[in-house]
Write a protein that binds this ligand. Structure first.
Ligand code: HEM
Length: 313
């Protein structure tokens, strides 16, 4: 059978101009009633997407929705579990740790029109609001030329096309959950004043690329703890990848400037290895970045969403 890239949710990179990341906790008051709402939503979410896409006239709407391990066990007890879906409890770092924040449901909605993004999240939340509380809601935006808020172009080394499918989508290694994906969502706040006070050449050594042109530095020009050295997962001579779709968020009035990191992966272990390398190796970017949240979610395929809707898991 093999992977079918049309049966996945929207896990390929199209960061969008207006992005909404919402993480929710189920109220855990009435399992049966809450499961019914989730089944209903699994049924409706593609219809919401089709309908809003018709109305939005080319706003490139993308939706991914997922469940944490805790939510999976609560909603679908007795069902099979995606092989790598674990309750993320954090990673011990050297200077700082990767925090874990409990969450059940993850929503990642983006488009090129803020009213479209809003409409979709509001329609989905119309179903979910009565059975959930919000852990975090972050509104991301497209910053100059697709740059990260630290002013470097973000996403250049992302896999694209067939390679994005190869590294972003679960395959035959877990046939029950083929075409799903593992999303790791993590919000960072930056000390942008300190970052901006660095000379450009030093920032470039820390990221491993030129700031204006985005040309990669030679290895001997990079800081040994450069972000693009430590964030890699090279095993057995093979560069293991994930599909990143980070966007900036900000509340400039309060001095809050951050990056919402989102990585979609065929293998959660790859994202986890990248995080471990960064936090154990004191990635230079982390001296200017504080992780605030972190949780792993399974993004079911469209077929698994159908099975949830039909109570067939
Ligand atoms: C603190 C927030 C982060 C920011 C602002 C950020 C920004 C960047 C930038 C500007 C690049 C260089 C261009 C590119 O190839 O995309 C990059 C590369 C990369 N980042 Fe991040 N990143 C962040 C967090 C993370 C995290 C948490 C991971 C992994 C879990 C990660 C994984 C990667 C990978 C795999 C690369 C490509 C390395 C290569 O092959 O050259 N990043 N990031």
């Amino acid at each position: 059978m093999g992977v079918d890239k049309f049966r996945t949710q929207d896990i390929y990179k199209d960061a969008g101009k207006s992005v909404n990341f919402t993480t929710l906790l189920l109220n855990r008051k009435d399992q049966g009633a809450e499961k019914e709402v989730i089944q209903d939503m699994a049924d409706r979410i593609q219809a919401i997407k089709r309908s809003v896409t018709i109305r939005s006239n080319g706003a490139s709407l993308g939706i991914a929705m997922g469940f944490s391990r805790n939510a999976w066990d609560y909603l679908f007890p007795g069902a099979k579990v995606p092989k790598e879906l674990e309750d993320f409890t954090g990673i011990k770092g050297d200077k700082q740790d990767v925090p874990a924040v409990a969450a059940d449901i993850f929503l990642h909605v983006r488009s090129n029109d803020e009213s479209v993004t809003y409409t979709v999240v509001d329609q989905i939340m119309g179903f979910l609001r009565p059975i959930t509380t919000v852990v975090d809601e972050t509104h991301g935006f497209h910053y100059e030329q697709g740059r990260a808020i630290i002013d470097f172009i973000d996403g250049t080394e992302n896999p694209v096309d067939e390679e994005a499918v190869e590294w972003g989508v679960i395959g035959e290694e877990d046939p029950d959950f083929i075409n799903g994906s593992y999303a790791f969502a993590q919000k960072y706040e930056h000390d942008l004043d300190a970052w901006r006070a660095l000379p450009t050449e030093m920032q470039e050594k820390f990221i491993g690329r030129r700031k204006f042109s985005d040309i990669e530095l030679e290895d001997d020009e990079k800081d040994p703890a450069a972000h693009n050295i430590l964030a890699q997962d090279n095993r057995d001579g093979v560069e293991h990848k994930i599909v990143r779709m980070n966007v900036p968020f900000a509340e400039p009035g309060k001095g809050i400037r951050g990056t919402y990191f989102i990585g979609y992966a065929r293998y959660w272990d790859v994202t986890k290895t990248m995080l471990t390398n960064m936090f154990e190796g004191n990635d230079k970017l982390l001296d200017y970045s504080k992780p605030i949240t972190g949780q792993l979610f399974f993004i079911p395929s469209l077929d698994t969403l159908d099975a949830i809707a039909e109570d067939e898991l």
